[in-house]
Design a protein around this ligand. Structure first.
Ligand code: FMN
Length: 408
């Protein structure tokens, strides 16, 4: 998707600069032309030689470089790019941008810029939480600058933990693709995706859940955004970063999920990848249930609403394409075909979540998937692939199907 795109990467002076070398490689792999500007602090962490070798271009470091100013000056550097990426965006660079300072090449390029800017902040959690950085981030967002990350987690400094880790190179690539996707095959469409498990409360501290990680649903939402769609992602509790550029609706239970789905309609396409609990506790205890001398508490179950069938059977405002997922441990295709008919949806993506599936690490929680696509026309067996690849293929298939419907 980045074929022929011209990207200017500004590398700031943070420990995460080493990840920017991988970012250059990932962007180049996808066909982008990458030019690099490095601050003088950045050169303490990675060398212009390494960045230049990976970008196959000279690296720009000096504002007062006579040769460069006559050749490709700071104005041309920004104007010749489709998008500017700042990674890592240091607290210092963000402060300079927010205040319009331009005393080195990186900040002068950013100030002279008229293109979209994507920042990948990276800093110590205390720096990120500092009111000055909060003000600068809010100002930059109000100025139209886009952000990817930072993520939460362990920092390079020993013992430090919290929000401030730079987004991973592939997350930054996904954000770049989403920003450049205007004109993609799903531009102008609203795609609704559900993802993750649901949690069905038993009492204030206990719940019924399942092993869904949300990886497949989140990958589908990200792929739809990269294809230019407006995406609403209704997600149960997961431990994943929000995909770039999607509208998040966080829910806990199946009933919350149905309400969020209905509130997000109308949509052109609805993809129900969440593993919604079939049953919930018939009644939720208002207080924590106590152990009672060996007597087991009664746990009566009741059925949850069927989100897929509810939306697929809507008379008014049914999305044009309703896609369900079927996770089965046996007779995968036959069950999925029956499910397609019963639920009234257009397509079913069926996967074998049994230990026999042959997918390393298992399908639930793992990074790979092997699916069958079941449509009115028949059954397609897709080869094993990463969840990101399955998502790309599904979105491409949806775009083709909608295009074909429209030309009918
Ligand atoms: C070892 C080390 C690691 C640093 N890591 C970061 C960082 O991750 N984020 C940050 O904002 N500043 C970090 N700094 C501070 C910046 O390098 C410093 O503010 C510098 O002036 C930034 O310059 P620049 O914004 O022009 O690149 C670090 C400094 C040192 C010495």
């Amino acid at each position: 998707m980045l074929q022929g795109k011209r990207l200017l990467l500004v590398i700031g002076g943070g420990i995460a600069a080493y990840k920017s070398l991988d970012l250059i490689r990932r962007l180049k792999e996808r066909g982008a032309a990458v030019r690099v500007v490095m601050t003088s602090a950045a050169q303490h962490f990675v060398t212009p030689l390494a960045a230049g070798a990976l970008s196959h271009d000279r690296v720009f470091t000096e504002l007062f470089d006579r040769e460069a100013e006559q050749d490709i000056g700071h104005i041309r550097l920004s104007r010749e790019a489709d998008l500017l990426i700042v990674a890592p965006a240091t607290a210092d660079l963000m402060a300079k941008m927010a205040h319009g300072l331009a005393d080195d090449l990186a900040s002068a390029v950013l100030l002279a810029n008229t293109r979209p800017i994507l920042l990948a902040p990276a800093m110590n959690p205390a720096m990120w939480a500092n009111p000055a950085t909060r003000r600068n981030a809010a100002q930059l967002a109000a100025d139209g600058v886009r952000f990817v990350g930072p993520n939460a987690g362990a920092m390079a400094e020993r013992g430090e933990d919290g929000a401030g880790r730079m987004a991973e190179p592939l997350e930054i690539v996904a954000a770049v693709e989403a920003l450049l996707a205007a004109g993609g095959p799903l531009t102008g469409r609203h795609v609704l995706v559900t993802s993750g498990p649901t949690h069905e409360p038993i009492d204030p501290v206990r719940y019924i859940a399942n092993r869904s990680s949300g990886k497949q649903g989140h990958a589908i939402a990200a792929a739809a955004a990269r294809a230019g769609a407006r995406v609403t992602l209704v997600s149960g509790p997961v431990n994943l970063p929000d995909p770039f550029g999607v509208e998040m609706r966080r829910v806990e239970s199946a009933r919350d999920m149905l309400a969020a789905v209905e509130a997000a309609l109308p949509a052109d396409i609805a993809i129900f990848a969440a593993a919604v609990a079939d049953w919930r506790a018939a009644s939720e205890a208002p207080e924590k249930m106590k152990k009672d001398g060996g007597a087991l508490p009664p746990l009566a179950l009741t059925e949850n609403p069927d989100i897929l069938a509810t939306i697929a059977h809507r008379q008014a405002g049914r999305p044009r394409l309703v896609i369900g997922f079927a996770a089965e441990t046996q007779n995968v295709v036959a069950y999925a075909q029956a499910k397609r008919a019963r639920k009234g949806c257009d397509w079913i993506v069926a996967n074998d979540v049994s230990a026999r599936s042959g997918i390393p690490g298992g399908v639930m929680g793992g990074d790979s998937n092997e699916v069958h696509l079941i449509t009115a026309e028949g059954v397609e067996a897709w080869p094993p692939a990463s969840k990101a690849e399955v998502a790309e293929r599904l979105i491409a298939r949806i775009a083709a199907a909608l295009g074909a419907k429209e030309s009918e």
